[in-house]
Ligand binder design. Sequence first.
Ligand code: NAP
Length: 244
Amino acid sequence: MSELEGKVAVVTGGSRGIGRAIACELGAAGAAVAVVARSIEGAQATVDLLEGKGAAWTCDVTDAARCTELISEVQEELGPVDILVNNAGITRDNILVRLKDEDWETVLETNLRGAFNTTRAVARGMMKRRSGRIVNIASVVGLTGNRGQANYAASKAGLVGFSKSVAQELAARGVLVNVVAPGFIETDMTAQLPEEARDELFGRIPLGRFGAPEDVAGAVRFLAGPAATYITGQVLVVDGGMVM
Ligand code: NAP
């Protein structure tokens, strides 16, 4: 039997990139996966790749009421949620003095408020069932900071503090909450980076390659699975050794 057979997982931002790889990895491990994104086409394209069961949902994670609705719909169709992966995220990069209010708000609303919305929506059920795994996708820049990403780094650092707090609250109920902090992973999000910046970053990666979405997905599978029953409130950095 596969390690996540019979489990139901929700993956936000599952329409492409890291979220798609996570959905496929959890599906390959036997979970039924609810793939969530704002675009139904993207989410459905991921579902089409799943080896196991799964279905696509549209949900903007910044909409708290919709997140609550989403979790009820998933429960009705696939069963109670065992695993939540908060992966939906965006960037709006600029240096501090050029950051617009909207750049700040949209990034914080999506990356941090979004994770709060979905986590709160699954928490009660997981607590009642005395089991559950929540994996939040932060970033190494939430640990180190990064020029031109004050909004993004703040949202990811916030996600780490949020995760550790929730881990402490839910531990006694058997719900484990952890963070995966990727480094540079090749997706649409990083495709726009200028050649010069890519070269500079590349030089700082001891393992000598950029990450693939599957590198992150493997870490999520571990934290969601039976090998990680005694780990909570931790940040697992997946960055080829860039930040040690
Ligand atoms: P991506 O390719 O741009 O994908 C982002 C995903 O988030 C898409 O599926 C998008 O789907 C979804 N999304 C965006 N806003 C949303 C919203 N309001 N509600 C629901 N879904 C939303 O990005 P990625 O590189 O795979 O990144 C995934 C996560 O990893 C993000 O949290 C990112 O911050 C983090 N991360 C990435 C890297 C990297 O190097 N790529 C490094 C560190 C951390 P729709 O547009 O269809 O909604």
